[in-house]
Design a protein around this ligand. Structure first.
Ligand code: HEC
Length: 159
């Protein structure tokens, strides 16, 4: 549960107890349950130690190329590619989630004009950073929504 959700429950409880002393408690009608949930034909196999990561071909070559164009147009004013392949950079981001690196770029870059990139641009340039580190490209682009970005851990070694 998130802290916000806990705080909300706390407030709701206080309000509920308060209501008991003066007025009848509101009836909490349980949501109707379906008689029986249909069983999925076959449960998807999930390997317990196979956490999805940047080693899993999570972007396409075309996407990384768009990222490279953005790099040349915007980022190269202050960065060169070596900034994102050097050991210090890799150690800082290893085992973080793609989400964290995504939001770092989204919230802070370009340094002189943060929040100026679209979600697509942030995502594309992030995949360019992955490609620079020889991580594999695949058939599907990395999508730009939070859920998709949050699916993956950053690892620099290919499997
Ligand atoms: C105007 C200069 C400037 C531009 C343009 C710029 N950056 Fe940066 N970037 C910086 C500076 C300065 C830092 C270090 C910030 C800090 O340490 O607080 C940085 C840090 C970073 C980092 C973290 C590096 C690390 O070692 O952890 C990433 C990733 C990054 N920039 C990505 C980008 C991308 C992607 C673009 C282009 C969309 C971009 N930057 C454009 C100046 C710039």
């Amino acid at each position: 549960m998130t802290t916000n959700a806990r705080a909300f429950l706390g407030i709701a409880l206080v309000a509920f107890v308060g209501a008991c002393s003066s007025a009848p408690a509101p009836s909490a009608a349980p949501a109707p349950q379906p008689e029986s949930a249909p069983e999925p034909e076959s449960a998807p196999m999930v390997e317990p130690d196979a956490e999805p990561s940047t080693a899993d071909a999570i972007f396409t070559v075309a996407q990384a190329e768009r990222g490279q164009e953005l790099f040349r147009a915007v980022c190269s004013e202050c960065h060169d590619e070596a900034d994102w392949t050097e050991t210090g950079f890799k150690n800082r981001w290893e085992d973080q989630s793609v989400f964290q690196l995504w939001y770092y770029i989204n919230d802070r870059m370009p340094y002189d004009d943060p929040w100026s990139l679209t979600r697509q641009q942030v995502t594309d340039v992030l995949t360019y950073i992955l490609q620079l580190n020889d991580l594999p490209a695949g058939d599907a682009e990395l999508a730009t929504d939070d859920d998709s970005i949050d699916d993956y851990w950053i690892v620099w070694a290919t499997r």
